[in-house]
Design a protein around this ligand. Sequence first.
Ligand code: HEC
Length: 118
Amino acid sequence: MRKWVLAVAMIAAGPTVAMSADADAGKTIFNKCKACHQVGKNGVGPHLDGVVGRKAASVEGYNYSEALKKSDITWDEAALDKWITDPKKDVPGTKMIFAGIKDPDDRANLIEYLKTLK
Ligand code: HEC
C-alpha cells in the first residue's frame, strides 16, 4: 500500500505535459502577490483588475517606475509569463521586488486566475 501511494505521488510530481491551467490553483498562488497587489484598488503595486490584455503602466493614479512606463508591454499571457518568471530580468529597473515563480504550471494557473479578475 505504501509503495503504491509513493508511485502515484511520483507520477503526480513528474513532468506534466499539456495539463490544462486551473484558475482555482492559481488563486492560491495569487497569495504570493497579495502583499502588494489588491483587486479594485492600488496598494504597493497597481491593482490587477483586467490586467490580462492591459497595457503596462496604465493604471491611473499609480506611480510606476520609469522602466515599466517605457517598456511598451501589453500584458498578454506570454508577456505575463515572462514577467512572473523574473520581473527584474524582464524589465530591468522595475520596482516590483519579487523573486519570480519558476514552475511553469504554477505560472499558467496563476495567469488563468488573473483572467478571472475583471
Ligand atoms: C513586493 C511587492 C510585490 C509583489 C509580491 C508582487 N508585485 Fe507585482 N508589482 C509590484 C510593483 C511595485 C509594481 C510596479 C512596478 C513598476 O512600476 O516598475 C508591480 C507591477 C506588476 C504588474 C504590472 C502592472 C501594470 O499595470 O503594468 C503586474 C502584471 C504584476 N505586478 C503582477 C504580479 C503578480 C502576478 C504577482 C504575484 C506572482 C506580483 N505582481 C507580486 C509589487 C509587487
